[in-house]
Design a binder for this molecule. Structure first.
Ligand SMILES: [Zn+2]
Length: 238
């Protein structure tokens, strides 16, 4: 059982389909089977029958066409017998699901639709991101979907949070080759000159900060402002 197979099976079952996996079909007289169908899903109320063949192969499309032609043909031939006595639709939707590659120019394969893992994940996340874990947790019988639900819920922290960008910027800033101009003395200094008092990327260098603090302590806030402005005037207007 591969991972994509598990994922797509969970997804269909979660949506109310009856799912069968790894079904051997076409018993041979001398033993063995003609083919194994990976995932078959049926939704009686929607009258929707799907046959999915997931693969992590990195084959050419020509090779895939050849392999899938056999699988899909076996599906069309044997799936109806599996539902003997049940009123199933004539049309079986067949899906080739790939973990690798892109599908530009290949939206169909051997008469079936081509899905990439990203197509499947997009469908899943569209639904799961609307369900809050605390109110509508995905059942534990679907461990992969449940994991995706948690990931959706923490998407902000995981993928696009500002603090992530900031911490990248901090890392770049702390790189030894980096530095900047002090906003008081106007001299270019390495980044560690701006890291003090539990913070990094301050705007004054250590030396200027010390002097500014000293004046502030001794003569007050106005004197500190005058000090900063006088220092800046030395290099900013020249
Ligand atoms: Zn300085």
């Amino acid at each position: 059982m591969n991972h994509l197979e598990q994922l797509v099976s969970e997804w269909y079952e979660f949506q109310g389909y009856f799912v069968r996996r790894n079904v051997h079909v076409g018993k041979r007289l001398n033993g063995g089977w003609e083919c194994e169908l990976d995932v078959i899903a049926f939704n009686p109320s929607k009258k929707h029958l799907v046959h999915i063949e997931p693969s992590m192969d990195a084959n050419s499309w020509a090779k895939r066409e050849e392999r899938y032609a056999k699988k899909f043909e076996a599906g069309r031939k044997y799936i109806p017998e599996l539902f003997d006595g049940i009123d199933i639709p004539k049309h079986i939707e067949q899906i080739a699901l790939f973990g690798l590659g892109s599908k530009t120019n290949n939206s169909m394969l051997a008469g079936g639709h081509v899905w990439l893992a990203s197509d499947l994940l997009l469908q899943i996340t569209k639904t799961l991101k609307k369900l809050r874990v605390e109110k509508a947790a995905v059942s534990e019988q679907f461990p992969l979907l449940r994991t995706i639900q948690f990931v959706c819920q923490h998407e902000g922290i995981l993928f696009k949070d500002k603090s992530l960008k900031n911490s990248n910027r901090k890392v770049n800033f702390m790189n030894n080759d980096n530095g900047k101009t002090c906003s008081i003395c106007g001299e270019w200094q390495k980044s560690d000159e701006y890291a003090y008092g539990n913070r990094i990327n301050r705007s004054y260098c250590k030396k200027c900060n010390k002097e500014e603090r000293r004046i502030y302590a001794k003569e007050g806030v106005e004197a500190a402002r005058v000090y900063r402005e006088n220092q800046r005037a030395k290099w900013k207007n020249s």
